[in-house]
Design a protein around this ligand. Structure first.
Ligand code: ARG
Length: 506
């Protein structure tokens, strides 16, 4: 079942279009702004000219315009207008003929925009008025009837929700690609032993597969948050008109169905004025970027000559213009750095919405740039990590060697003594003394002879060496959530089902 009935899917599949097309957008923006400098203002704003005795100040025109950034919602705006026109026709507000010319006019406008032939104008303020006036220029009076029973207030709120719904769906596919890559990486390394850290000091041995599955858990929750936001935002503002609804006999069920919304917004004042769904998206992005920055930080550390746990493929790194030996982990560093703007966008939107009286205020126009920036940032970071993580080279020997130093099995020795009858605190003390001896003599616990170990406790027997090995340590932690290879493999099996249940099918 296609989601938009006879409408094409709004988002392009695959690559998020804004990232692919960002260079074009820059040049188009410059073109639009220069039109504003040179064009006369005498014919501006014919959409409300009746009430006004002078045209808008030229600076104010550019200052209040949003078309340079909201034109990216043109597909959603056109889809909304098509559905609105169909509904008006079915409700007997406009004729079938008017509806048909609106549909074909909108079709050709969409084609012009996609071909880069549409003349955007700052004088026409935003994407909505640009498209509406192009429609009227193209089809005449029928174009003037499109806005019956509608306001830009419910129109823009609808457009943003449609846009964000598409963004959630595309982001969801990128999440899935990333998470599936992590599952393969975890499976490949379910037996690979590395030191686990607390305070960035060697703590206990873990498997690298287990570590990767920790990343998986963090990001699966992020995907779940996205699915949750999508569910909540999929309610239709259209029909709320400016703020109070409309006196035309509209049938919101028809537009709802055509646009694939689950419900209609219940309250017209709320429908046009809240942007909490955008805040949620920015909050989800900030949380996800926080997670990605933690992974990024580990990769940066692990790629250093001091760790040498992983190697990133050259295509994700850059060199230095002065130091010939350098290979810098630019992609993880940049993802780590992107958390700044993600947090900034969230704070910008929270601050924007705070204290706004009901219903719509022009302040709301400021919602788009932070939101779009968060969308682009999330898409870019997910894509970079989905491409990069499955391609990392894992240096098992370095990880193993690092796990062997730093007394990572000290807790295992304490647990061994507890099983022999000592109280845990006493066992802790005994092992502490053994570690001090090891530090002074540059010996790991597993390198000490039985006699030396027995010098710390007479409860120690030959079988102690089973627990002092790294393999013994990880294998012993085989419960759900533990680091044992067997537990990791079982977690991966469950994770596949959990991912399938969380992913948003579009
Ligand atoms: N460009 C406006 C925005 O983004 C559209 C809505 C304008 N409505 C109005 N009454 N000025 O919010």
């Amino acid at each position: 079942m296609p989601r938009y009935d006879n409408f094409q899917l709004i988002a392009r599949r695959g690559v998020w279009p804004e990232i692919a097309a960002s260079r074009d957008f820059d040049s188009v923006d410059r073109q639009i702004m220069s039109q504003s400098d040179s064009s006369s203002t005498s014919d501006t704003n014919t959409l409300w000219g009746g009430r006004f005795s002078e045209s808008t100040d030229q600076f104010v025109q550019a200052f209040t315009a949003s078309v340079t950034f909201d034109k990216r919602m043109y597909r959603q705006d056109i889809a909304g207008s098509r559905a609105h026109a169909t509904m008006l026709m079915k409700s007997g507000v406009i004729t079938e003929q008017d509806c048909e010319s609106i549909q074909s006019g909108l079709n050709s406008i969409e084609k012009e925009i996609e071909a880069g032939q549409f003349q955007w104008s700052v004088a026409l303020e935003d994407v909505h008025m640009n498209i509406e006036s192009a429609l009227t220029a193209k089809i005449g009076d029928a174009g003037k009837r499109l806005h019956t029973g509608r306001s830009r207030n419910d129109q823009v709120a609808t457009d943003i929700r449609l846009y964000l719904r598409d963004a959630c769906d595309v982001a969801s596919s990128e999440f899935r690609r990333l998470l599936e890559g992590l599952l393969i990486l975890a499976e490949t390394h379910s037996n690979t032993i590395m030191p686990g850290f607390t305070h960035l000091q060697t703590a206990q041995p873990v498997t690298f597969g287990h570590h990767v599955m920790a990343w998986f858990e963090m990001l699966l929750r992020d995907l779940d948050r996205l699915a949750d936001t999508r569910r909540r935002l999929n309610s239709m503002p259209l029909g709320a008109a400016a703020l109070a609804g409309t006196s035309y006999p509209i049938q919101r069920e028809i537009t709802r169905e055509l646009l694939g919304f689950d419900t209609v917004c219940e309250n017209s004042l709320d429908a046009v004025s809240d942007r909490d769904f955008a805040i949620e998206f920015c909050s989800n992005t900030a949380i996800c970027l926080m997670h990605l920055s933690r992974i990024a930080e580990e990769l940066v550390l692990w790629m250093s000559a001091q760790f040498r746990f992983v190697e990133l493929p050259d295509r994700f790194c850059t060199g230095s213009s002065i130091m010939p030996q350098k290979k810098n982990p630019d992609v993880p560093e940049l993802v780590r750095g992107k958390t700044g703007r993600a947090n900034g966008n969230l704070i910008a939107l929270l601050t924007l919405m705070k204290s706004q009286p009901l219903a719509y205020n022009k302040d709301n126009q400021e919602d788009k740039e932070p939101l779009f920036d968060s969308v682009d940032t999330l898409m870019g970071c997910l894509r970079a990590f989905a491409d990069m993580l499955p391609a990392i080279e894992v240096r098992k020997e370095e990880m193993l060697a690092a796990a062997k130093s730093g007394f990572s099995t000290a807790t295992d020795l304490a647990d061994y003594l507890v099983r022999k009858g000592l109280a845990f605190r006493d066992a802790h003390e005994v092992v502490g003394a053994a570690v001090a001896y090891g530090l002074a003599n540059e010996l790991d616990l597993s390198d000490m002879s039985l006699e030396v170990l027995q010098g710390f406790s007479s409860d120690i027997d030959e079988d102690v060496f089973d627990v002092l090995t790294l393999e013994g340590s990880v294998t012993a932690r085989s419960h759900i959530g533990g680091t044992a290879p067997e537990a990791v493999r079982a977690a991966i099996v469950r994770a596949k089902g959990r991912l399938a249940a969380t992913y948003i099918p579009s």
